[in-house]
Structure formats: C-alpha cells, structure tokens
Design a protein around this ligand. Structure first.
Ligand SMILES: Nc1ncnc2c1ncn2[C@@H]1O[C@H](COP(=O)(O)OP(=O)(O)OP(=O)(O)O)[C@@H](O)[C@H]1O
Length: 292
C-alpha cells in the first residue's frame, strides 16, 4: 500500500464561496506541517481530505485509494478537528471504547487497543475521569486518542496547540512525532514554531493556494540575507514598524531590539541574522501578498 496523499488541482468551497484554488500536494509518511494565517483555507483542505466537505473538482488519493471510496477512506484516516468536543459525560476509557466500537473493532482487539492508546496519550491515570472534567491539554490528547483508535495510516490534526500551556504543547508535539514514525501525519497550524520542532516538510497556504512547498531548511534559506536586527529607540518604533516587516521584537529596557525583513542595499546599523522558520514564513507571505 502506498503511504502517501496525492492531491491534484483541487478546488473546493462552501456553496458559491470558492476557498481552495488548484491545490497540488504530495505528502509522504512522516510529519507534514501545513502553515497559514487564519482563514487561509487549512481547515477547508483538511475537511476535504477527510471527506467532510465535497470537492468541486480535482483528485485526491489517500494511500492509493480515491477519496470517493468513503468507507475505505474512513478506515485509513484519523481526524482531530479544530473544535473537537465529544461525549462530556463519558469516562475517558469508555469514550475510546465506544468510538472503537463505532469504527467496527471487535471487543478483544479493542480492549488491547484502548490500553495501548491510553499509554500513548499518557492518560492511563486519568482514564476514569469524565471527559468534561479534563484540562484543555488532556482533552486534546484524548482527541488524538479517538483519532487513532482504529490505527489509521493517516492522521490529520487541525490547529491542535491553541490555548495549551508550553508543557502540554511539547507533550502534544512529541506524541505526534512518535505517531509519525509509521503514519502520514498532517499538522495544520498558524504557529510556525509548532512545525519547526516536528516537521521537516511543510506547505504554506495563503488565500486558498499553496505558496510554498518544501523543507523547513529551504524556507529558512529563502529568507537568508533578508533578516536583520537593530536597536530602535522607543519614540522611533512606530515609524520603524511602518517601514519594515517586523518578525520579532525584544524590549531591552533602554531600546527595543527589532528583527525584521529588509531587501534593500546594506545599512551599517543593521546586523544580518540567521533566519528562523517564522522569518521564512513571513518572508514568503510578504513576497506573495506584500501584506505585513
Ligand atoms: N462553513 C463555512 N461556510 C462558509 N465559509 C466558510 C466556512 N468555513 C470556512 N469558511 C471560509 O473559508 C475560508 C477559509 O477558512 P478555513 O477555516 O479553511 O481557514 P483556516 O486556514 O483553517 O483558518 P482558521 O484557523 O481560522 O479556521 C475563510 O474565508 C472562511 O471564512
């Protein structure tokens, strides 16, 4: 079985609203990051991939199976939606078992699978808690659990780390990285840092199109020579921000150290710096839209 997703010239939207405009992507086993601002079309692409939204045209095949084969596609894809919420009054292990039963797993196999999944998502000690009493991070981990209960080849995760504290974020990322060893895992996010630590490959979406598709290092490489830092006095900040694309800033007490994109001739007070993934991301967005 091919372990990949192939998307050719995909168009999709809601009623008359067109959202995806000719998406081409080839995603292989391992972790793949899908990065884009809010409204770029990431969730729409995810929903189309899992069959929740009908495409208008184009082709999608998942592990060699055409997306129109709904039953088979459901068996090989696990999905954690952005607004995941389920069975608040069930206990954690009951919820997982229930979902496994719904997906057609036999009781003996399912009991073992529930144990494995509880270990993986680190909720063994909380298995008797009601879903509604879990913290945000635990709920998100349970979300992964429900998505992988049937051991799918592909896992699609939409904006998983919003609202999580740093420790939970790292824990969540590590779970995904483990799963990506033998699955295609797509992680959709608007936070570049979520991708840097987990994915080598990524695509950037903007206004329903793919504007970058490649390796994290290539993305950074494209910004090399265009990222600088300089110290700015507080009274000059506003003017500076109007002139440059700021990628980060740090208050040093007496002045503010700005990191920014600059593509003009050399300026002695500007010090070149090695681009981060965030710099690379903003550089691509700036090139395609000129928007800050
Ligand atoms: N159910 C819907 N009906 C109509 N338009 C929608 C619907 N869902 C999303 N859209 C629109 O489609 C566009 C893309 O939204 P989408 O949710 O795919 O973006 P996104 O990149 O996932 O961002 P976000 O993280 O904010 O969800 C936006 O203009 C949005 O308003």
């Amino acid at each position: 079985m091919h372990e990949n997703i192939v998307i050719n010239n995909l168009y999709a939207g809601y009623g008359r609203k067109k959202v995806l405009h000719g998406i081409d992507l080839n995603i292989n086993k391992g972790m793949f990051g899908l990065l884009g601002r809010n409204g770029a079309g990431k969730s729409t692409l995810m929903k189309t991939l899992v069959g929740l939204l009908e495409k208008k045209s184009g082709e999608i095949s998942v592990c060699g199976i055409d997306i129109s084969n709904r039953k088979q596609i459901r068996e090989i894809i696990g999905y954690l939606p952005q607004d995941f919420n389920m069975y608040p009054n069930m206990k954690v292990d009951e919820a997982l078992k229930y979902l496994g039963t719904l997906s057609g797993m036999k009781s003996k196999l399912l009991n073992k699978r529930v144990e494995d999944v509880l270990d993986l998502i680190n909720l063994q000690n909380d298995r008797k808690k009601k879903v509604k009493s879990l913290s945000g991070g635990m709920k998100r981990r349970l979300g992964i659990g429900q998505a992988i209960i049937h051991n799918p080849k592909v896992l699609i995760v939409d904006e998983p780390t919003a609202g999580l504290d740093p420790e939970e974020r790292i824990r969540f990322r590590n779970i995904l990285a483990d799963l990506a060893e033998d699955k295609v895992v797509i992680l959709s996010t608007h936070i570049a840092g979520d991708i840097e630590s987990t994915s080598k490959n990524l695509a950037i979406m903007n206004e329903g199109k793919i504007v970058f598709n490649g390796k994290v290092d290539d993305l950074k490489g494209m910004a090399r020579g265009f990222v600088y830092k300089t110290n700015i006095a507080f009274e000059d900040i506003k003017d500076f921000k109007n002139r440059y694309i700021i990628t980060s800033q740090r208050d040093n007490g007496e002045f503010v150290e700005m990191k920014f994109l600059y593509k003009g001739s050399p300026v002695s007070s500007f010090t070149p710096v090695e681009p981060s993934i965030e710099d690379g991301y903003l550089n691509v967005l700036y090139d395609v839209s000129g928007v800050k």
